[in-house]
Design a protein around this ligand. Structure first.
Ligand SMILES: [Mn+2]
Length: 456
């Protein structure tokens, strides 16, 4: 009797497992994806082709981020941005080989681990489903193993062994080396011990060149991230009033991001009121806002891995006082001065000079001094897969760049901080103002705070 019970329990457990793992789940659920919107596969294919064209020969190796979470571990996974840019793949522990001369692509992903999948959900392993999901035709197991060909077992090398044999054959290794201590640096070092003749070429400049040049598809995803962020501002503007805590404003931003399918905040939301309006990256957001305060709200959604970064400054009681209005209009004037000049050929460094000159020649502090000293950060940065995206502040801007313009004045003595930040796509003859739909003028901001039209 007892044995019978144990046996039937065991059998029903096996039945449950087989049910769990044989049912057909849509591929995106099994891909580890957090995004709800991905570009067509041809988009990633074109980026890989372009990278191969630039490398010319040898072997390009891109390594995705690892995920060591085991049974019962919590936490989340976030793919390496470059790996995502070339694959659209969020599967952890993946590695991509690109062989330009042979026009070959090999994607390594981990074999499925059924017991672990009880914790993590069904995943994509090497096989037809992974080919369909990624568009890469040759998909292999990261760890290697063996395959049976003509009734004989043949070993299949793991990706590192396979790479070493390519390099020993004389192929040059192409890596994207950023900074001085990346995983790719360590990989190059460990490979050099096995292959003393190793030649390494750094594709970082090519990567920057490619990632700066936003495709229509990237502009679409960026615009969606921006539009969701503008909706967040519309929603939070109408709840700002004396007595409300900064975290309530943060909550409305995060609520709106998720409500419209953004994965997350692109960075910790900054909601700084009173004195904290003058603290650039204040993200504690614990203060109760008071009548007469000004509050800086710097937020951005991350959608399809693309980031938005939009700042507005609001008067907590709904109406700017005279001094706040004066400072606000100087910041707005600086932003418009930069917007008028924005065109290809200027650098981000040049843009800052325009903003600084405007601020330093308008208004003064309590001691009769010019206000340039209170503009203490850059006026612009590239935006894309990262909030502060790749690209140098001295590089001439060109069509396809997406940047911010965000002048600010911060006077701690007066507890007045104002920042206005918008996003722009640089074009042949100027720029498209991607966040234009959200009001920026004093009247527009005050009207927005009164409006009843926010959607929940
Ligand atoms: Mn910014």
């Amino acid at each position: 009797m007892k044995r019978h019970t144990i046996l039937s329990l065991f059998l029903s457990f096996i039945f449950f497992l087989s049910f769990l793992y044989t049912q057909e789940l849509p591929l995106e659920y099994r891909s580890g994806a957090y995004i709800t919107d991905r570009s067509p596969l041809e988009e990633y294919q074109q980026r890989r082709s372009e990278l191969m064209r630039r490398a010319g020969d040898g072997i390009i190796v891109l390594v995705g981020r690892g995920d060591d979470r085991g049974y019962g571990d919590v936490g989340t996974f976030s793919q390496d941005k470059n790996f995502y840019y070339f694959t659209g793949v969020e599967i952890p522990n993946a590695v991509l080989f690109l062989l330009p001369a042979e026009q070959r692509e090999i994607l390594f992903i981990p074999e499925r681990n059924l017991p672990l999948e009880q914790w993590t959900g069904p995943k994509l392993g090497p096989g037809e489903d992974a080919v369909t999901y990624t568009g890469v035709q040759d998909i292999r197991a990261t760890e290697g193993g063996e395959i049976i060909i003509d009734h004989r077992r043949r070993p299949v090398p793991a990706w590192r062994e396979m790479l070493i044999s390519y390099l020993q054959g004389g192929k040059q290794l192409h890596l994207i080396l950023r900074g001085t201590e990346s995983f790719e640096h360590q990989l190059a070092e460990s490979l050099r011990r096995k292959v003393p003749t190793l030649r390494v070429n750094n594709l970082y400049d090519d990567l920057v060149d490619m990632r700066r040049n936003k495709t229509d598809e990237e502009v679409r995803l960026l615009q969606r991230a921006i539009d969701i962020t503008l909706d967040a501002h519309r929603n939070l503007a109408r709840i700002i009033r004396p007595g409300v805590y900064e975290y309530e404003v943060e909550a409305m931003a995060k609520y709106t991001f998720r409500k419209y399918g953004a994965e997350d905040s692109a960075f910790p939301p900054i909601v700084g009121s009173g004195f904290f309006s003058t603290v650039l990256h204040y993200d504690q957001n614990i203060r109760q806002m008071q009548d007469g305060d000004i509050v800086v709200v710097d937020i951005g959604a991350k959608y399809g891995f693309y980031c938005a970064d939009i700042t507005r400054t609001y008067p907590v009681n709904g109406v700017f006082n005279d001094r706040q209005r004066e400072i606000y209009n100087i910041v707005l004037g600086a932003q418009e001065a930069v917007m008028r000049e924005l065109r290809p050929g200027l650098s981000i460094f040049d843009l800052r000079k325009i903003a600084f000159n405007y601020i330093n020649t308008h208004g003064e502090d309590k001691h009769g001094q010019p206000l340039g000293q209170y503009f203490i950060h850059g006026v612009s940065h590239f935006v894309g897969l990262e909030v502060h995206d790749v690209g140098s502040e001295h590089a001439p801007l060109r069509p396809g760049d997406v940047i911010t313009i965000e002048p600010g004045i911060y006077i701690p003595e007066e507890e007045i901080g104002v920042r206005i930040e918008d996003m722009y796509l640089v074009t042949e003859d100027g720029a498209v103002h991607m966040s234009e739909a959200l009001p920026r003028s004093v009247e527009g901001i005050e009207q927005l705070m009164k409006s009843d039209t926010a959607e929940f």
